[in-house]
Design a protein around this ligand. Structure first.
Ligand code: C2O
Ligand code: CU
Ligand code: CU
Length: 491
């Protein structure tokens, strides 16, 4: 660690869910029953039933009343390959409407495919069906509910799962031989009896809700084994409603190999990995240190300024319990890597999967994300001055064209400012510049953070699919407060 000596680091570290954490350090917890299942496509077809339901579960050793998919939090991991067919018999056993969105997939947004305008009423079911194009990039995608006004709360309650597309990256020999782990980063806010805490409209919902029980795959500080001399592939999903993760691994560089939209051209060395809500990334870690235990930590990240409130710089956000400062103000241990004997030495791969240069754009647009306090309790978060209206088409685009969008973080009133992670459905994009700076490497993305006072330019090729879908801020409370708009793709 550069910032801390190990001991100092340990002294200053904040512990998420202290008791559970201490118990798991002592090996007292097993967390059985929460391990997400795995469902893999067979013969080009993934056919499954998925139920959204309310459950009483054990979460990091504590009782918790949550929403789950098929009884697990996070939901089962689905694995498919490009060209596969997917058929999901979805049942809503909740007492409110919900639906499914396949975040990051390049599939149809219409009919009973990735259609976020469908709402499945309580007690009803829906068959979701789509096929992945043969050319679909492999990568780390995910599924979650997407009914406007209910998204933040339902994801907060536990609804999210990984959707993995296997592809070219998985066939690179060093990566095929690497150990692989999935890390769903998702925190919870529970009271003593395990009921979900309800955040206050101001400031918690305006800021975006955060909880103080920060977990990986529903576990507190799980241990992952890294082969001595070998490679460990870590695949991260930020499934939190609003929390940003700024990830650092003690004593080890991280080699980025994939972002949201799939693999990058060659490994890119990172000292820290910043993941906005909805964002994914894959890294390789080399087992090149002396055998032992190393912490994967989350460092503080300041994602908003609350003008009149929370002065002093550190109090960015009050926690959900007892008015303590949010854990986002202090480092947190997310997981531990522990060395094991490796069978053989694996080098880092030098080449991954080429990313084509961004195409020329023929249409330009500007999107200004801002908010006002005018209508507290109403929709106060806007894109180009309007809050979400499913009947209005905000951007009409032609299938087969490339557009350049400038996304401007326009701030807001009362000296309050937030970062806004931009996300669009159906088509991935490339970042052309961030506040006039060129990106450090080429990558396909579907989430890009637009920090306070900054702007980002992206190029989006609208490929294959016509129909209506959405783009929005992936701080899901902001989306529910209106920071979402409709794009219609016309053939
Ligand atoms: Cu992660 Cu519109 O979604
Ligand atoms: Cu999405
Ligand atoms: Cu936002």
């Amino acid at each position: 660690m550069n910032l801390y000596t190990r001991r100092k680091f340990l002294r200053t570290i904040a512990v998420s869910g202290t008791t559970a954490w201490a118990a798991s350090r002592l090996g007292l917890l097993s967390d059985s029953g929460l391990t997400a299942g795995l469902m893999t496509s067979q013969g080009g077809m993934l056919d499954l039933s998925l139920r959204a339901q309310m459950d009483r579960l054990s979460l990091a050793g504590r009782p918790a009343t949550l929403y789950s998919y098929n009884g697990s939090v996070p939901g089962p991991r689905l694995e498919i390959r490009s060209g596969d067919q997917v058929r999901i018999r979805f049942v809503n056993r909740l007492s409110e409407p919900t639906n499914l969105h396949f975040h990051g997939l390049h599939v149809s947004p219409s009919g009973n495919a990735d259609n976020v305008f469908l709402e499945i009423p309580p007690g009803e079911s829906q068959i979701y069906e789509f096929s992945l194009p043969r050319s679909h990039r492999g990568g780390t995608y995910w599924y979650h509910p997407h009914v406007h006004h209910l998204v933040a709360r339902q994801v907060w309650a536990g609804l999210a799962g990984l959707l993995i597309v296997r592809g070219e990256l998985d066939d690179i020999p060093e990566i095929r031989d690497a150990d692989e782990q999935f890390l769903v980063l998702k925190e919870f806010g529970l009271d003593a009896s395990g009921e979900l805490l309800t955040p206050d409209p101001t400031p918690q919902i305006m800021q975006g809700r955060e909880g103080d029980l920060v977990l990986v795959n529903g576990e507190s500080n799980p241990t992952f084994r890294i082969p001595k001399g070998g490679l460990l592939r870590l695949r991260f999903l930020n499934a939190s409603v609003a929390r940003y993760y700024r990830i650092k691994l003690e004593d080890h560089p991280m080699y980025l190999i994939a972002t949201d939209g799939g693999p990058i051209g060659e490994p890119f060395e990172l000292r820290e990995l910043l993941l906005a809500p909805g964002e994914r990334a894959e890294i390789l870690v080399r087992g090149e240190r002396s055998p032992g235990r190393y912490y994967l930590v989350n460092l503080p990240y300041r994602r908003f300024n609350m003008g009149m409130m929370g002065e002093g710089g550190m109090m960015c956000g009050m926690g959900m319990t007892g008015g303590r400062p949010s854990s986002s103000a202090e480092p947190i241990v997310l997981a531990t890597l522990e060395y094991k004997e490796g069978e053989r030495t694996l080098p880092l791969p030098t080449r991954l999967v080429p990313v084509e240069p961004w195409p020329e754009a023929t249409v330009q647009r500007q999107l200004v994300f801002s908010h006002s306090m005018m209508s507290m309790g109403g929709d106060a978060f806007t894109i180009n001055g309007s809050s979400f209206d499913p009947e209005r088409i905000d951007a009409a685009v032609r299938v087969g064209t490339v557009e350049e969008w400038e996304i401007v973080n326009g701030g807001g009133m009362m000296m309050m400012d937030f970062d806004h992670p931009f996300h669009i459905h159906t088509n991935a994009f490339q970042v052309v510049s961030e506040n006039e700076r060129s990106p450090r490497f080429r990558a396909w993305r579907d989430v890009v953070n637009v920090p306070m006072g900054e702007s980002v330019r992206i190029r989006i090729p609208f490929r294959d699919f016509s129909g209506r879908t959405v783009y929005h801020c992936h701080i899901l409370d902001h989306e529910d407060l209106g920071m979402m708009a409709v794009v219609e793709m016309r053939a």
